[in-house]
Design a binder for this molecule. Structure first.
Ligand SMILES: Cc1cc2nc3c(=O)[nH]c(=O)nc-3n(C[C@H](O)[C@H](O)[C@H](O)COP(=O)(O)O)c2cc1C
Ligand SMILES: CC(C)CC(=O)C(=O)O
Length: 357
């Protein structure tokens, strides 16, 4: 069992089973959830040798995060369900490990406190804000102002949630709202918006690129688009001024009939053609997965559930262990593949693992 899997099992024993199901589960029959991880087993790396790769540097320049580590904390809702310190602990851990933290609309600690917690650990810590666009633009704008005032350095707009995914575990458990004392704090007291319960996260199928353009008009922050699987949508995102594209199927929590995230990466990297960074999340569980994603064209990867395992198992220290393990395992894999820099991992080094055709 890897270090991450040990933390997962500790978390499973620690967390209320209803909250565990919320985190661990996915939409429908959880086919996509399973496939995100399994897909990485279908790829193998062909190492290069004798490349004189002694001076390793795995940093990457991302929007609002120069010299970031290649593993980001993907935005996940309601960290206080995992640990009383919630997003505060996650922020401190991410800052300590040099990882970009994406906090967001559904955080249970207000964004100002999250950024302050990160900056207490490292003055230059980068925190991005995940935004779910509200059909009423003034609500979105008020949320953006909160993120800007807090000191977030980029926005990440989630585009794969026009409606909430149908998640059988949550339906069976009756997990339809947050327990008393917990709220999506950033949604509190917004003009005309409801008070910040689970169902108050604004999801609307009416949102379009026009809303995206309207968002860009009210902020100077770089805006990434998260949840793209269709290559032409990645091109559209670039055309609409996106600063980055995140290939993601929302960790298998939305549509249960889409491909594994990593399988969508090459076509999107091709469509974007280096104009903006392409990121990937979904199923990343080891350094080799990070290496495969980078070789297939990702500039960096996000991790969702493993961070929550670490948080539930051991708070800030647990999240640090997860991020350090993935970073160090990636760096080790890079060296084993003859690379010193992320760019040394190239697409021709990725092959199908035998027996998985
Ligand atoms: C419990 C949980 C909550 C999530 N909440 C959000 C969210 O609020 N906004 C969002 O864009 N993505 C959300 N995601 C999706 C993650 O950002 C990410 O796409 C996914 O977790 C990556 O897959 P992984 O968990 O296999 O690493 C959530 C995922 C989980 C597991
Ligand atoms: C509360 C939700 C908006 C969080 C989410 O995106 C998810 O559970 O996948």
């Amino acid at each position: 069992m890897t270090a991450l899997h040990t933390l997962r099992e500790t978390a499973r024993r620690t967390v209320d089973p209803v909250y565990w199901d919320f985190v661990a589960g996915g939409a429908g029959e959880e086919r996509v959830l399973a496939d995100n991880e399994r897909a990485f087993d279908r790829y193998a790396l062909l190492p290069r040798v004798l490349r004189g790769a002694a001076r390793r540097d795995i940093r990457v320049d991302l929007p609002g995060a120069p010299a970031a580590g290649p593993v980001l904390v993907a935005p996940t809702a309601f960290h206080r369900l995992m640990h009383p310190d919630g997003e505060r602990a996650t922020a401190r851990a991410a800052a300590a490990e040099g990882a970009v933290l994406v906090t967001g609309t559904a955080a249970t600690v207000p964004v100002g406190e999250v950024v302050a917690a990160a900056r207490e650990i490292a003055a230059g810590a980068a925190v991005w804000f995940q935004l779910t666009l509200h059909p009423r633009r003034e609500v979105t704008e008020a949320l953006v102002r909160r993120a800007e005032d807090a000191g977030c350095t980029a926005l990440v707009v989630t585009v794969d949630a026009p409606v909430f995914g149908r998640r059988p575990r949550d339906l069976r458990n009756g997990f339809t709202d947050l327990p008393p004392g917990y709220a999506a704090e950033n949604m509190r007291d917004l003009p005309g918006a409801p008070p910040g319960g689970l169902t108050d996260i604004p999801m609307s199928p009416a949102i379009s690129w026009q809303d995206f353009d309207a968002l860009r008009a009210v902020t100077a922050l770089p805006v990434l688009v998260k949840g793209v699987l269709y290559p032409a949508d990645a091109s559209l995102a670039v055309a609409h001024g996106a600063a980055g594209v995140v290939v993601s199927n929302h960790g298998g929590r939305q549509c249960d009939t889409v491909p594994a995230a990593v399988d969508c990466l090459p076509a999107i990297a091709e469509a974007v053609a280096g104009r903006v960074p392409v990121l990937l999340d979904g199923g990343v569980r080891r350094g080799g997965d990070v290496a495969v994603a980078l070789a297939l064209g990702a500039a960096a990867v996000g991790v969702g559930r493993p961070v929550l395992w670490g948080l539930a198992a051991d708070g800030e220290a647990g999240v640090r262990r997860v991020l350090a393990e993935l970073r160090d395992d990636y760096a080790h894999t890079l060296t084993l593949c003859g690379g010193a820099r992320n760019a040394d991992l190239t697409r021709d080094m990725v092959v199908r693992r035998s027996g998985t055709w």
